[in-house]
Design a protein around this ligand. Structure first.
Ligand SMILES: [Zn+2]
Length: 313
């Protein structure tokens, strides 16, 4: 997940605190699952080169969500999303993804409810995607990768003065994750896709006018939630993750448009912006809660019984 809009502007001392005060030898290796190992030999993106070691925290993200191990929590409320489309500012290529940023000086575009105790303000959203459709999402569900994942990043303006403060602290951020799967054309996403050629190179930015990111949400209200971290440096463990169960469908051409973007600036040797996701991290001692009953397990069992019935006269 990209949270810090400009890493160069981020307080250097804080970066040191969050990354280099950790043991110089990783406490544990990154865990690489089925879909991410395929890209492990790719060159390290500059974003990661300054890290001496993977921090040894115990609530890192992303994770593989194991459906049957998640725990239904009847106390989890529905997530309320209230975005003001006029707070949308611009879209830009920061060299790792493209970000759509929002005006966040007041509670105009907020989420509340769900696992959250406060209102959280929308700061930006962005995506992660793969070189091909077989992988690209940061989180996985029962080890299934999706070709892309949307992250809507919000910060706790009740507890903290700025997004940068919130990004480093407990209960500072709330990020909604939405999986993108290959399917029908997504009409609302196309407005973003049409803007991408103008921000092909790193550090290019264009105004984006009004846009309501709620149009990118699936209709089903169900979600998983767990405590985790940013998925880019400084990897701080400040995030309440809210992962929507239902993916949204996009078509192949829309994913291909993401892959036409570049990691590189004008004049540099072109490098396609693909595989901009972090490998899976261990769950450690955490519980993933769900806002919904695990009826798919029941359905599976029911299906199995029916099948048995059919084949056993
Ligand atoms: Zn992200």
């Amino acid at each position: 997940m990209l949270v810090l809009n400009n890493l160069k502007a981020f307080p250097y001392k804080l970066l040191r605190k969050m990354t280099w005060n950790q043991p110089s030898v990783p406490v544990r290796p990154c865990s690489l699952y089925t879909c991410t190992y395929k890209t492990r030999n790719r060159a390290i993106h500059p974003l990661w080169q300054s890290l001496e070691a993977v921090p040894g925290g115990d609530r890192q993200s992303p994770i593989n969500i194991r459906w049957r191990d998640s725990v239904y929590d009847p106390c989890l409320k529905p997530l309320k999303i209230c975005y003001d489309p006029s707070t949308c500012l611009h879209i830009w290529n920061n060299g790792y993804s493209f970000l759509v940023e929002f005006e966040d000086s007041a509670d105009k575009s907020v989420i509340r409810g769900g696992p959250l105790e406060n209102n959280y303000r929308l700061k930006q959203f962005h995506f992660h995607w793969g070189a091909i459709n077989d992988w690209g999402s940061e989180h996985t569900v029962d080890s299934k990768c999706y070709p892309a994942e949307l992250h809507l990043v919000h910060w706790n303006a009740v507890k903290y003065k700025s997004f940068e403060d919130a990004a480093m602290e407990e209960n500072g951020l709330a990020v909604i994750g939405v999986f993108l799967k290959l399917g029908v054309h997504h009409k609302e996403l196309q407005k973003l896709v049409d803007a991408l050629p103008a921000i092909k190179h790193k550090d290019t930015l264009i105004e984006f006018g009004t846009f309501d990111p709620a149009c990118l949400m699936p209709t089903c209200p169900d979600y998983w939630t767990y405590s985790g971290s940013l998925t880019t440096p400084p990897l701080s463990e400040s995030v309440t993750w809210i992962i929507k169960k239902q993916p949204v469908e996009v078509d192949h051409n829309q994913l291909e448009a993401f892959r036409m973007l570049l990691f590189t600036s004008v004049g540099e040797k072109e490098k396609r912006m693909v595989d901009n996701f972090r490998p899976l991290q261990p769950l450690m001692n955490r519980t993933v809660r769900s806002s919904f009953h695990h009826d798919h397990i029941l359905n599976l069992q029911k299906g199995r019984k029916q099948q048995t019935h059919h084949i056993t006269p």
